[in-house]
Design a protein around this ligand. Structure first.
Ligand SMILES: [Zn+2]
Length: 233
């Protein structure tokens, strides 16, 4: 199956929000293009939800000058000297998984992608950054926090147990004995491998019929449903 790409404005708006809040260096001049990709590629045995790259050179040129008529200088003449390509950031997101995961799970995934991009403060050039820490857990288990990077990461990990900046508030799991699940209620539930979202269509005892946000109809145990309501503001 050939890989297909499509515009992802919903991703772009989350990315714009992250840039505004946490990546001010990207705010000024960096163009960030967000596309959906399907099918979802696998990386080391896992679904690759998102990836990022800097597009330079000929592909960047073609992005702006797909037809010669657009390659004009300010006087409106065809540009005889050519134009330097304008590099940009490309974020690819798994189209199939996008509606399945709640927004609070996409925030860190997209934040991660943006952290890979460095803007040189002097030249404005874009550069890919590697991860702060890359280590095998078994090495840490055997030898402890043997670098400064691991020490500071351990501090961050210890402090990270609190949820931040939730776009959606999740209510505690519904108790089927007391909860009155009504038709149209937005819910989320876990299948073990995926977090799914949808709307309740009906309830039959302990089982709810749900219209999933990816378009499929399905069933979910009432006890596992969490109600979703939009947080104020
Ligand atoms: Zn990464």
């Amino acid at each position: 199956m050939a890989t297909t790409y499509s515009p992802a404005p919903a991703v772009a708006s989350v990315v714009a929000e992250l840039v505004r809040k946490h990546h001010s260096a990207l705010q000024c001049n960096t163009r960030i293009v967000c596309l959906f990709r399907e099918p979802t590629p696998m990386a080391r045995g896992r679904l690759l939800l998102a990836s990022v790259r800097i597009v330079t050179g000929l592909p960047a040129y073609l992005m702006d000058h797909r037809d010669l008529a657009r390659e004009r200088n300010p006087e409106g003449e065809l540009n005889p000297d050519g134009v330097a390509p304008q590099p940009f950031v490309l974020i690819l997101v798994a189209r199939k998984e996008w509606p399945l995961l709640p927004p609070e799970q996409w925030l860190p995934v997209l934040d991660h992608q943006l952290c890979h991009i460095h803007v040189d403060p002097d030249t404005g050039e874009l550069e890919m950054l590697p991860h702060d820490i890359e280590e095998f857990t078994q090495v840490v288990a055997r030898h402890g926090l043997y670098t400064h990077e691991l020490e500071s990461a351990a501090t961050v990990l210890r402090d990270a147990g609190r949820p931040k900046q939730l776009v959606f508030e999740l209510e505690p799991p519904a108790d089927p004995a007391v909860i009155d699940l009504h038709k149209g209620q937005d819910v989320t539930w876990s299948t073990g491998t995926h977090q799914l979202r949808g709307q309740v269509v009906g309830v039959r005892g302990e089982i709810a019929d749900v219209q999933r946000s990816d378009g499929y109809r399905g069933e979910a145990p009432v006890a596992q449903l969490r109600m979703v309501r939009r947080a104020a503001g």
